[in-house]
Design a protein around this ligand. Structure first.
Ligand SMILES: [Zn+2]
Length: 674
């Protein structure tokens, strides 16, 4: 391809993608991929200036507005910023500035989050909000005043607090970003889809789609919000010279301004922020950010630097590596979990996302696949953010060529060929064969794990080997292994075989709470197992209890009760219990010896999060040894919530109910042992 052809190709591509993004609100490539194409075009044009034409995407900003909304001319161009993608590029930008600035010292910067939302231009006259427009092509936007008025965080009158002592001029225009709060997005989108509507690809599309509704009532029903970050026009009044002071003034007038804005004296501080935001901050905010915006604090100085092409020199968008990319979905792999659940996973054409090569992504479940109509062979958008397992966001329908294969929910287990079942009211599809080898591997793995029977000598590979050799058909068979069979296995010497058998033997003394946990009954983890044994005294009593008996126990909900009763009704599980009993495992709780003082008698505790020194099991044992009870969920009967790090929803519930909250030290102190 000649440079001329390549330039033409890139322009057509960019035009198409900009149209999809700005006009249709339905992009088919990620922002990062768009930026790459744009950067390539810019570079080619730099090398071949004779190829630059007035209609090149590098010479314009944004796309044409839709016809449906009235058009609004902005009082000044609403500019986009040049982007940088690394700290090196940030330093290079600063170096170029240094050559333009005489003296070069004393320049400081304001660093703002680059919110991934929809830019809006807000006009106020005589202290009232009179006009709001989208950015459009940077010169002409769409009049969305009625819709903006529905946003609760947008001030209708300025100053919002007349006693603030700040008076705005009779006419001014500010710029902000409307966005869809992340904590509302999932539930909102699910509800939309359940009503048979098409869901939004991401929060940005949801913000944009919600603001550009022709019916403002629809917008009003959505939780949009905004941050304001720039002054476009300020007629007649004094405007502070520093961006930092401008933001403070906007805040004082009653505009929402992001709390995360910082003032930085050095590039090192900015570089530090850039790292910190990628690692933690961006994952903790209630809005999506795709980078940081760096502005020279001294705005008249910034303005005096002029432009490169369409971009002002005095500011820079320092972008984060993308969390989303598109790639090809090559093959569907269905994994079988411990409970028999069939988990669909996508094998992907390897794609680098945020510095990591991603080859697999979860498709969540088959209902999700059907809902999003994801097909094998599709180009798909894959997201990898923070610690979350990479997942498929959705297909790029426009990229289909007809060869893609729709996916139907499996009627048989891909491993053992047993028929699959569904649980009413749940989305999961299960393999119903307890002898399914893959399920068995997961179940054995769980049975011997630290939180269950804790057999340290039982390695991960051991289960696979024993199942393959037909020595184990359920977890009960673990207790009937013999030394000769083990020695006949590849990789098993006497030492290894004896250690394994000793570990298995020792585990027979584990408590019935651990044994009940290890059975892997859905919804029955360590805390619930403890609650059940506390209330009923033995595994046999749990097995004999009706659903109604179980629900009557505090901390056991109807879903858990149904799951327990169903599990024990299954004859195959009854046979397993017999096998375990004959092996000599403990089914019955020992009567608690009344040893030592019982300061927690009559008190009920819930333990959540990670405690600094005790595991949760240890904390439970600590409470129980002192006469207290531990349950799984916070209710009005909970005396104390013991909360460690990352406590989750139980902490919210406790705060809502006014339940006293203790940390580990507080728990010790309450026992008089702090
Ligand atoms: Zn199976």
């Amino acid at each position: 391809m000649t440079p001329e052809e390549r330039v033409e190709h890139l322009r057509r591509e960019l035009d198409y993608h900009r149209y999809r993004y700005h006009v249709l609100d339905d992009p088919t490539v990620s922002d990062a991929e768009y930026d790459l194409l744009f950067a390539e075009l810019q570079e080619l044009e730099q090398q071949h200036p004779e190829l630059i034409t007035p209609d090149s995407p590098t010479q314009r900003v944004g796309a044409e507005p839709l016809e449906a909304f009235e058009k609004v001319e902005h009082p000044a161009p609403i500019l986009s910023l040049a982007s940088a993608h690394s700290v090196e590029e940030l330093y290079a930008w600063r170096k170029r500035l240094g050559r333009l600035l005489s003296g070069d010292d004393g320049v400081d910067f304001v660093v703002e989050p680059k919110i991934d939302g929809l830019t809006v231009v807000l006009t106020y006259r005589e202290g009232r909000f009179v006009l709001g427009a989208t950015r459009g092509n940077g010169f002409i936007g769409e009049n969305v005043t009625q819709n903006l008025r529905t946003i609760r965080t947008l001030p209708h009158r300025i100053p919002a607090n007349p006693r603030a002592g700040v008076q705005p001029p009779a006419y001014f225009v500010v710029r902000g970003e409307v966005f869809f709060p992340l904590d509302r997005f999932e539930a909102f989108n699910t509800a939309l889809i359940q009503n048979g509507e098409r869901g939004y690809m991401n929060p940005r599309n949801a913000a944009s789609g919600s603001l550009r509704q022709l019916d403002p009532q629809i917008t009003a029903a959505r939780p949009l919000t905004l941050y304001v970050y720039d002054i476009v026009t300020w007629e007649g009044g004094d405007v502070p010279e520093k961006q930092w002071e401008r933001l403070e003034m906007l805040r004082a007038l009653g505009f929402p301004v992001a709390a995360e804005v910082r003032c930085c004296d050095t590039l090192e501080q900015i570089a530090e922020m850039y790292t910190e935001w990628q690692q933690t901050t961006r994952n903790e905010l209630n809005y999506e950010v795709d980078g940081l915006v760096i502005k020279i604090n001294d705005q008249p100085l910034a303005a005096s630097l002029g432009f490169v092409g369409k971009d002002p020199r005095g500011a820079l968008a320092l972008k984060f590596p993308a969390q989303e990319k598109t790639t090809r979905f090559i093959e569907l792999v269905v994994n079988v979990g411990r409970t028999g659940i069939l988990a669909p996973n996508a094998v992907l054409e390897p794609v680098e996302i945020g510095g990591v090569v991603v080859r697999h992504a979860t498709l969540h479940n088959f209902e999700e696949i059907a809902r999003k109509d994801i097909r094998v062979g599709d180009r798909v958008i894959v997201k990898r953010a923070g610690d979350v397992i990479p997942y498929v966001v959705g297909p790029v329908v426009e990229a289909r060529d007809g060869s893609e294969q729709p996916i139907s929910p499996p009627e048989r287990c891909p491993v053992c060929d047993a028929p699959t079942t569904r649980v009413p009211g749940e989305v999961g599809i299960y393999c119903d064969n307890p002898a399914c080898p893959e399920q068995l591997v997961r179940r054995v793995e769980y049975f011997v794990s630290r939180g269950a029977m804790d057999i340290a000598s039982f390695g991960k590979e051991t289960g696979v080997v024993l199942i393959k050799q037909g020595l184990i058909h359920d977890v009960g068979d673990i207790y009937y292994l013999n030394r000769d069979d083990l020695l006949a296995l590849e990789g098993f010497g006497e030492k290894k075989a004896d250690a394994l058998l000793a570990g298995i033997e020792a585990s027979k003394r584990q408590s019935p709470v651990r044994l009940l946990t290890a059975l892997g009954i859905p919804y029955v983890g360590g805390v619930v197992a403890g609650t059940l044994i506390d209330a009923l005294g033995s595994i046999d009593a749990v097995a004999a209890a009706s659903e109604a008996d179980l629900v009557a126990i505090e901390g056991i909900g109807p879903r858990t009760a149904a799951s327990i009763a169903g599990w024990f009704r299954d004859e195959r599980h009854q046979a397993l219990l017999d096998k375990l009993r004959r092996a000599g495992l403990r089914f019955e709780a020992e009567r608690k010896a009344e040893q030592g003082p019982q300061p927690f008698a009559g008190l009920t505790f819930v333990i959540t999060g990670t405690l600094p020194n005790m595991t949760r099991d240890e904390a439970r044992a600590f409470v129980e040894a002192r006469g207290g009870k531990v349950t799984g969920s916070v209710s009005r009967n909970t005396s104390y919530l013991v909360a460690g790090e990352s406590p989750g929803s139980k902490l919210d519930k406790a705060q809502e109910l006014g339940t006293p909250i203790l940390d580990e030290a507080g728990l010790l102190a309450l026992a008089g042992e702090g």
